[in-house]
Ligand binder design. Structure first.
Ligand code: HXC
Length: 519
């Protein structure tokens, strides 16, 4: 074969690889409203930046008629490219080849990009759309999954790992995305479950649809498995690009700093009148977040799960921050099991990747009741306390209003290594709210007052006395538990200045193998 023909052959082979499982299967993929693996990568990465690996890989199985059924790339497209000019590694499962099912060689391809990403210190993005273990390969497929899981674990806390779920993801295959930092699911076309509807029906008798068992809505609202839900794949791919704009390439780097024309000393007079006069009246804490971050841009994580706490990324003065805020608009901003788990995971992610944490506090306490106690609120609440207490990134806390009891301690209090703790004049910091406190302290005496009017008057008087004494920031400020009481409209400036002062913070802590976070 002369050199021209050799080149022609290369071009033909590349063309063949790009056709995946063939035109018919590509059409069928499109008919389901889904893109092919390469189309997805094209949208995800900067134009023309994709370098593909292992295009000529095929499986090595002869059983079950597979000897003559080989497709170049073997069902997964892998390689690297750039997002906003920064290197990322990517693998995209190709449903048009054996339903994207995972063979030994398929796993090796994924492991290769993960190994390189770890060496280089660059994020890994996995796009999942697969029928699971390649049935014809048996245990070799299972071993392949385990090889990937082990790399997910090794890479955890070293490079950001992001999973998009754009099709089936079932059985043990769900555990690779679960080991990564963020899961994005597309509505109506993706699902994740350990056991599907058929087996569920057989084993438990429960009759449930695929969507209701493991669809995007379920995982973004009930289970909390997915941090993001998107209407279509393109939105999901653009969301990944946005998410990465807040993150460093790896745990040894700082997040990218962007140019910021939004004045850091912008005064927000609206914040001075945001807190309602009535302490039991709700407001939307997102209104505070939007006012203090650059350009009112906030990428909320887990927006529809545990809505009593809001977490997400923003820039302040051009630098990335992770924001954690109690949400008075939902369940009065109380801390419960799900809110604790959601915020704890977010705080730990930020700490692992050098993203300072800004905490906005308005929390009436932990949610009481048997369902919370039986569900282990003690352990789950401890997760959030642990996450804050071990985090060594700069932490700036602003108490907007309520900060009561154990929840006060948990929410980045001074003694849990809060670096700078501010409060608005509307802050109320105490062991519990006035109503509960007076009931505990004087319940017997109150019961003895026979006249109803007299009793109500007495209770109101004592509650007011309590409120005057404790429901303000000055008692905590007197002990130095707060560094300052600030005017709400100055919050953006005060937080940015605090963060800039803390930029060189070092807090190595004692040597240990690893912590024993209450899981
Ligand atoms: C080999 C598979 C496959 C698999 C699908 N295909 N799943 N090939 N191994 N696991 C092939 C089909 O034979 C078909 O090939 C093509 O992919 C498309 O599949 P369809 O069934 O036509 O597609 P669709 O109707 O959209 O259904 C998709 C599906 C279904 C729901 C994913 O294919 C399915 O139920 N597959 C089996 C899923 C499963 O049980 N997997 C094992 C789970 S256990 P042709 O040639 O016709 O295009 C597991 C353990 C992991 O994964 C453990 C990790 C620790």
């Amino acid at each position: 074969m002369d050199s021209q023909n050799k080149i022609k052959k290369l071009i033909e082979l590349r063309e063949k690889a790009r056709m995946g499982g063939g035109e018919k299967r590509i059409n069928s993929q499109h008919a389901k409203g889904k893109m092919t693996a390469r189309e997805r990568i094209e949208i995800l990465l900067d134009e023309g930046s994709f370098e593909e690996f292992d295009m000529f890989v095929t499986h090595r199985t002869d059983d079950f008629g597979l000897k003559d059924k080989k497709f170049l790339s073997d069902g997964v497209v892998t390689g690297h490219g750039t997002i906003d000019g920064r290197v990322v590694y990517v693998f995209a499962q190709d449903f048009t080849v054996f339903g994207g099912s995972l063979s030994e060689t398929f796993a090796q391809k994924i492991c290769k990009v993960m190994d390189q990403a770890l060496k280089v210190g660059a994020p890994v993005i996995g796009i999942n759309d697969s029928g699971g273990a390649r049935i014809q390969e048996g245990v070799r497929s299972l071993a392949g999954y385990s090889e990937i899981f082990e790399r997910n674990i090794l890479a955890s806390g070293v490079i950001p790992q992001i999973s998009a779920i754009f099709g089936p993801c079932a059985g043990g295959a769900v555990y690779s995305p679960a080991l990564t930092d963020f899961i994005i699911m597309s509505e109506n076309s993706s699902y994740m479950f350990v056991t599907g509807p058929k087996v569920t029906r057989k084993v438990t008798g429960e009759d449930i649809s695929t969507e209701d068992l493991g669809g995007a809505r379920v995982h973004s609202t009930k289970s909390g498995v997915a941090q993001f839900v998107v209407e279509d794949e393109e939105e999901g791919l653009l969301m990944i690009r946005k998410l990465l704009s807040f993150l460093p390439q790896n745990n040894l780097e700082d997040p990218p700093v962007t140019e910021c024309d939004d004045p850091i000393d912008r005064l927000e007079d609206d914040l001075n009148i945001l807190i309602p006069e009535n302490p039991n009246q709700a407001y939307n804490v997102r209104d505070v977040i939007y006012k203090i971050v650059d350009y009112e841009e906030f990428l909320e994580v887990h927006a529809n799960y545990a809505r009593n706490i809001v977490v997400g990324f923003a820039k302040m003065g051009g630098a990335s921050v992770g924001i954690v805020a109690n949400q008075p608009n939902f369940l009065a901003g109380v801390l419960d099991i799900n809110a604790s788990r959601k915020a704890a995971r977010f705080v730990r992610f930020c700490d692992a990747f050098n993203i300072p944490i800004v905490t906005l506090v308005d929390v009436p306490g932990f949610l009481p009741g048997s369902s919370q106690e039986y569900g282990g609120i003690i352990v789950h609440g401890a997760k959030l306390m642990f996450a804050y207490g071990e985090a060594t990134v700069p932490k700036v806390t602003i108490t907007l209003r309520k900060s009561y009891g154990g929840a006060h301690c948990v929410m980045s209090s001074k003694q849990l290594k809060g670096d700078i703790n501010y409060a608005w004049p509307s802050a109320e910091i105490a062991v519990m709210g006035p109503e509960g406190a007076i009931e505990v302290l004087e319940g017997r005496k109150i019961a003895e007052i026979e006249d109803e009017e007299e009793r109500a008057e007495y209770v109101a008087k004592r509650e007011n006395e309590y409120r005057d004494k404790f429901a303000n920031p000055y008692e905590a400020a007197r002990y130095g538990y707060l560094d300052d009481v600030i005017e709400p409209r100055n919050t953006r400036f005060r937080v940015i200045r605090a963060l800039r002062t803390l930029a060189t913070k070092k807090d190595p802590g004692p040597m240990k193998k690893h912590t024993n976070i209450p899981l």
